[in-house]
Write a protein that binds this ligand. Structure first.
Ligand code: NAP
Length: 290
């Protein structure tokens, strides 16, 4: 983002409702500044009923691209001209590129998951993984695990077990991956499953600011030494879950790296420019801590 705006300043944005907890405007405006690009990124609070009109507006105003978040991630697919293969399997969009009035949809959360987990590929392959959650984030995580790793078994654990069951059936049908088991999120029953998982991923919003004291399990004996525990929650970066897991000797991975990498991929799709992600992450951390 430049200090002044000109005739040629291009617009990017975010469609969601509500959009109070987002860091996206900060990330993308800093990215534009880092690359000295004449772009500005604005949040647009668009309720579900206004999505179609908002998309017409984005085209009419020649907005170059935008992110989408809750509640539009799945519903938007019907209005897009093209959807990437990845986003179509995941069934959820977080990035749209406006290519001369044609809207192309992508899911860049996979880039964030891979940036976080690829360094641990050897540890993950051949072992059990527990994914807690069954929403959009969990879909991107499960897709990434099946497509890019070789987990022995994936446990999908969710407060509402029917949603976990629906995801199991979905990935069985879409990706022919049959080694999925489901469980209700009921911590006393999960200790053994968690203990036997080389990787545990929290893909729920539990622990997110302002409810930072919440945690998917308070049972410390769920975690073991050298296990990997990845929390998609990025605010606060060091969640109660990660604190608890670290106290048992687990290797903990926060949601910030995923956040910055998914944003960097979106920015690249819109502008063709790669962002220095480490520098961006440092700037973001300073904002979160203040
Ligand atoms: P979503 O589609 O709304 O799904 C929410 C999930 O959280 C569902 O599985 C829901 O269970 C569960 N949940 C919500 N409140 C709960 C509670 N009190 N107890 C137990 N489970 C609860 O949301 P999403 O898009 O997947 O996002 C999930 C989290 O991931 C959010 O915190 C989001 O910020 C984060 N995320 C981070 C990144 C990143 O870049 N780091 C990217 C994507 C998402 P039910 O099915 O029972 O309702």
């Amino acid at each position: 983002m430049k200090d002044t705006f000109h005739l040629n300043t291009k617009l990017l944005g975010l469609l969601g409702h509500p959009i109070k907890q987002t860091y996206s405007p900060f990330i993308h405006n800093i990215a534009a500044q880092m690359k000295d690009l004449d772009y500005i990124y604005l949040p647009f609070d668009v309720p579900a009923a206004n999505l179609r009109n908002a998309l017409r507006g984005m085209i009419a105003l020649n907005i170059k691209g935008f992110n989408v978040t809750i509640p539009h991630k799945e519903n938007i697919i019907q209005y897009l001209n093209n959807v990437s293969e990845e986003a179509s399997i995941i069934g959820s969009i977080n990035t749209v590129v406006n290519e001369l009035g044609k809207l192309n949809g992508y899911n860049t959360d996979v880039d964030g998951v891979l940036a976080t987990l690829t360094p641990y590929k050897k540890e993950i392959n051949g072992n059990d993984v527990s994914v807690v959650g069954a929403g959009g984030g969990a879909r991107a995580v499960i897709y990434s695990l099946i497509r890019h790793f070789k987990p022995k078994k994936i446990f999908i654990i969710n407060r509402t077990e029917q949603r976990a069951e629906a995801l199991k059936n979905y990935f069985d049908a879409k990706m022919k991956f049959t080694a999925i088991k489901t469980r209700e999120l009921f911590p006393p029953d999960l200790v053994k499953i968690f203990n036997d998982s080389k990787l545990i991923i929290n893909a729920t919003s539990v622990g997110m600011f302002p409810d930072s004291d919440d945690v998917i399990t308070k049972l410390g004996d769920s975690f073991v030494k050298d296990q990997l525990v990845f929390d998609l929650v990025y605010n606060p970066p060091e969640t109660r879950l990660l604190q608890l897991a670290a106290s048992k000797g687990a290797i903990v991975l926060d949601g910030l790296k995923m956040l910055v990498h998914q944003a960097a991929k979106s920015f690249e799709l819109w502008t063709g420019e790669k962002i220095p992600v480490d520098e961006l992450q440092k700037s973001l951390l300073m904002v979160i801590k203040n």
